[in-house]
Design a protein around this ligand. Structure first.
Ligand SMILES: C[S@@+](CC[C@H](N)C(=O)[O-])C[C@H]1O[C@@H](n2cnc3c(N)ncnc32)[C@H](O)[C@@H]1O
Length: 435
């Protein structure tokens, strides 16, 4: 849908949030598109409004449901979404409540449902009167944790000691983490450039390449972004070159490479490698091209299914294979809060089947003495240590290489970084050598 900048950004956000929650639309893609209809000066505010409302949706919906005398009709759900977005703005963005109420009432008056202006006004004003009680009395576990019950229960059962912190972190605004190309600029020198440009940022304690900014900045404003000096990548994801034990002259397969975050990092860390970057999704493969072009790095980029090596493999084995597998994404919920809404417990079996097929197919392409690094951004053992344990049970030639504490807490095989515990997103890493 093309629009002009004359449309109120709140209207755009309300429509986007409804698309994400009711129609299963991906938030990242939706916001990418929608942002061009929002004046530049208001984009980072609109981004927080969109992501934050999706993040806290169940809690805010619970407030709204308690305040409405009867549920809104299905056909009028846009009214409910308008109220929920307004509640986020009042509760989390510090906009004066009177301004939010009046903007929201004006917005509904301009919409196809002007008759609901009184209702919106009454619900928001009632929220202001009852907010303390509402915060203290969520009516369900989903509203209290702002996580679906299956995921909350899984986190409590697998990580009983850490669960409250993992959930709290899942509901927090993520920091923006940059990866500095230290082959081109020293990290401390980049930090100075950043400070001179008016940003606060500090060196990541976990990654030697990482710089952490407390809040989101516009990419094109960051010094050196356009010229590829820095990329955006969580510091938990920046450990891949260490796990891969890179050295010059290796032939490497990045089997699930798009959009090319880890591929770019491999090439920055060890340019003297022959990297094949493969992904099955053509639209995402275009992003590998764009990203490597910005970084000024080269790989052989191929669109295909990693499981069908007959189609794309030239018969020369690899010294290293990175399998950054498709997964539930349960470790990156603070960055992608729509995962909480879109993922179902029943999806996990499909992911584990695909991961196992990818492991089995790509393992055959690994040289003897070579290393495969398996990574997910999942917290779910079936996708992580249980997956690798079961794979090793069937492959006696696979031997685990120890990854240090930098990679988080030891699991029965591999290591796990946990949001809130290790100051990164949630990642699982395992390194296997082929004897
Ligand atoms: C976690 S993402 C990879 C992120 C990437 N390594 C990075 O650092 O930017 C997983 C990727 O697996 C790809 N994928 C899923 N099934 C695949 C298959 N059968 N063969 C190759 N790629 C696949 C998806 O398209 C997705 O881009």
């Amino acid at each position: 849908m093309s629009r002009t900048c004359g449309i109120d950004p709140r209207t755009i956000v309300v429509e986007l949030v409804q698309q994400v929650i009711d129609a299963g639309a991906p938030l990242d893609v939706g916001f990418q598109r929608a942002q061009y209809s929002i004046p530049e000066a208001r984009r980072s505010w609109a981004r927080d409004l969109s992501y934050g409302t999706v993040r806290w949706f169940w809690r805010l919906e619970d407030y709204a449901n308690q305040l409405l005398s009867k549920p809104v009709k299905r056909a009028d759900r846009s009214i409910l979404f308008l109220i929920i977005v307004a509640l986020y703005e009042i509760e989390h963005q510090g906009t004066p409540a009177y301004a939010v109420v009046s903007e929201s009432v004006n917005m509904i008056k301009r919409s196809a449902r002007p008759w609901a202006a009184g209702l919106v006004n009454a619900v928001l004003r009632e929220f202001l009167r009852q907010q303390v009680r509402l915060r203290e009395s969520p009516t369900s576990a989903t509203a209290a944790s702002a996580h679906p019950v299956w995921l909350r229960d899984m986190i409590f059962s697998v990580y009983p000691d850490y669960a409250p912190l993992i959930i709290e972190t899942g509901n927090s605004r993520p920091p923006m983490v940059l990866r500095v190309d230290t082959s081109r600029i020293d990290r401390d020198d980049y930090l100075q450039q950043l400070h001179h440009s008016g940003y606060t940022g500090h060196a990541s304690p976990r990654s030697q390449w990482g710089v952490v900014l407390p809040q989101w900045a516009r990419l094109t404003d960051l010094p050196g972004f356009e010229s590829g000096l820095v990329s955006v990548q969580d510091d938990g994801a920046q450990l891949t070159p260490i796990a891969l034990e890179l050295k010059p002259g290796l032939r490497i397969l990045d089997a699930c490479a798009a959009p090319g975050g880890k591929a770019g990092h491999i090439l920055e860390t060890e340019p003297q490698t022959e990297l094949v970057a493969l992904d099955v999704d053509p639209a995402r493969v275009r992003r590998i091209h764009e990203n490597l072009e910005r970084l000024g790095r080269h790989a052989t980029i191929t669109t295909d299914d990693a499981r069908n090596s007959d189609n794309w493999w030239d018969g020369r084995k690899f010294d290293r294979i990175l399998l950054d597998a498709p997964c539930s994404g349960t470790g990156v919920i603070r960055r992608h809060p729509d995962i909480k809404h879109h993922r179902r417990a029943s999806d996990i079996d499909q992911f584990t089947r695909l991961q196992r097929q990818l492991l089995t197919a790509t393992w055959e392409l690994l040289n003897f003495g070579g290393i495969m690094v398996y990574v997910t951004c999942s917290l779910i053992p079936e996708e992580n240590e249980r997956q690798i344990r079961s794979f090793m049970d069937d492959h006696s030639e696979a031997r685990e290489n120890d990854l240090g504490p930098q990679f988080g807490e030891k699991r029965s095989v591999g290591r796990q970084l946990l949001p809130g515990i290790h100051d990164t997103d949630g990642f699982y890493y395992a390194s296997l050598s082929r004897d």
